[in-house]
Design a protein around this ligand. Structure first.
Ligand SMILES: Cc1cc2nc3c(=O)[nH]c(=O)nc-3n(C[C@H](O)[C@H](O)[C@H](O)COP(=O)(O)OP(=O)(O)OC[C@H]3O[C@@H](n4cnc5c(N)ncnc54)[C@H](O)[C@@H]3O)c2cc1C
Length: 411
């Protein structure tokens, strides 16, 4: 098994082992220790929905009283909050991708060289360099380490947050367009206006002692008070849009329907698609796009293959039909060719979220429409509910969400 569970069976095993410890999560979760015993490491499984948040929340509430598990539930819901926030403001993602490109093409070579050195673990601040190498080697960093490292990059090194976020996006196995982009914006002071996260040595001494003891060199650069907030220009338009209304379950099929499985939701057998009867299922990797457009690291690409392979195999077993995973240079043409070869009149999928997969939807709709094939996208009702609440800050969101979790059954 990889350091993070990447199949539903592995994730379920990991969750079964972690669940009994949820009552201690609030007190222990901030400590960064080797092998990360105080956190779940379920992030890649949740990001790709090998395991759904709904299941995690339901299991938690069937074992613990709400108050005993509140911190844990809050963190699980942070992910949905970020997802919803970005679904309501998709242009923030587009703007970040454009800025990454512009910065790579226009920044002076000296700055780009420094950014590369810091990302390679050669900044000279030994604990930060250990974190950079841990990320590249394992595809994971503890939340606290992500905050320290992002703050070091932005406020101590004075490097553009957009390129730091891109480095994370290329290597994290849980890389998520919403959690990653918006957490980086939060550390930079853009997400909550006037609130910048500054790394402090005393905080590492309390919570990251194990790393500091192994690598103390250069830590004077992050001494308390040494790191000052840098000014960040807001490039993105953060205007809120309304959430497109999507069905929560498939409408009655009028012909041959196929299921497109993608990496934003790999639990078709759980929820509204459980009783669906597709003629065929298909998932696609797109290695050229991963490498050339997003410059993803080899481990991240391998992880995408594993999670998609796992989802495809489960779908084949659940629906009792052929399910294929293929590599397509262009996913849209791949889906079109698959649908035509199976003479489908409809392609059904969970609605891709804002990010690389969501970016495919306008072109896919057109491509299938031109072939007289209907594209039906579904949104889980629990996502629709959570996303609609993500219209302001996290705490108003949590006030409503926590009330909802205490008074409603989770689907
Ligand atoms: C700069 C930065 C970048 C980040 N990039 C990502 C990313 O690309 N993908 C990602 O999934 N998370 C990201 N996070 C959030 C968080 O660090 C990870 O979700 C968490 O560390 C995953 O480890 P875990 O599963 O062991 O967490 P646990 O502590 O066990 O938490 C359980 C689950 O709750 C959710 N969660 C916990 N903390 C957060 C948080 N702060 N924000 C959103 N969801 C949270 C995750 O789904 C996580 O798996 C980022 C945080 C920062 C500060």
């Amino acid at each position: 098994m990889s350091f993070l569970p990447l199949t539903r069976i592995e994730a379920s095993g990991c969750w079964d082992a972690f669940l009994p410890t949820v009552g201690q999560y609030a007190a222990r979760r901030s400590f960064v220790e080797p092998c990360h015993p105080h956190v779940s490491r379920l992030s890649a499984a949740l990001r790709h929905r090998l395991l759904t948040e709904d299941q995690v929340i339901r299991d938690t509430l069937s074992r613990f009283r709400f108050a005993e598990a509140e911190k844990w539930l809050q963190e699980v819901c942070w992910r949905r909050y970020w997802k919803g926030w970005l679904e309501l403001r998709p242009q923030v993602w587009t703007n970040w991708r454009e800025r990454v490109q512009v910065l790579r093409e226009t920044l002076p070579p000296k700055i780009l060289e420094r950014a590369e050195a810091v990302a390679a673990g050669e900044s000279g601040v030994a604990c930060m360099d250990l974190f950079a190498r841990e990320l590249i080697e394992t595809g994971y960093l503890h939340n606290h380490a992500r905050m320290w490292w992002a703050s070091f990059w932005i406020h101590a090194e004075g490097l553009p947050w957009e390129l730091g976020a891109d480095f994370f996006f290329r290597h994290l196995l849980d890389a998520d367009p919403a959690s990653n982009t918006l957490s980086w914006r939060w550390v930079a002071g853009l997400q909550t206006r006037g609130k910048t996260y500054l790394v402090r040595l005393s905080n590492l001494e309390t919570y990251g002692r194990a790393t500091l003891l192994r690598a103390p060199g250069g830590s004077e650069r992050i001494a308390d008070g040494a790191v000052k907030p840098t000014f960040q220009k807001e490039w993105a338009d953060t205007t809120k849009h309304s959430l497109p209304a999507l069905p929560a379950s498939p409408p009655p099929s009028t012909g041959r329907a196929g299921l497109w499985l993608h990496a934003d939701d790999l639990a078709p057998e759980v929820g509204p698609l459980a009783g669906f009867t597709p003629q065929t299922v298909a998932a696609f990797t797109s290695d050229r796009t991963y490498r050339e457009r997003y410059r993803l690291g080899a481990k991240r690409i391998a992880a995408l293959h594993t999670v998609l392979g796992d989802g495809t195999a489960r779908a084949a077993a659940h629906y009792g039909c052929q399910a294929t995973l293929s590599d397509a240079d262009d996913t849209v043409s791949g889906i079109g060719a698959w649908a035509e070869s199976h003479q489908l009149s409809e392609v059904v999928a969970f609605a891709p979220m804002v990010g690389p997969i969501g970016d495919l939807v306008p072109r896919l709709s057109k491509h299938l429409g031109a072939r007289d094939i209907r594209l039906t996208l579904l949104r889980r009702s629990s996502d629709a509910h959570a996303f609609a609440l993500a219209n302001g800050g996290f705490f108003p969101f949590w006030e409503q969400m926590s009330r909802h979790l205490q008074t409603n059954s989770v689907p």
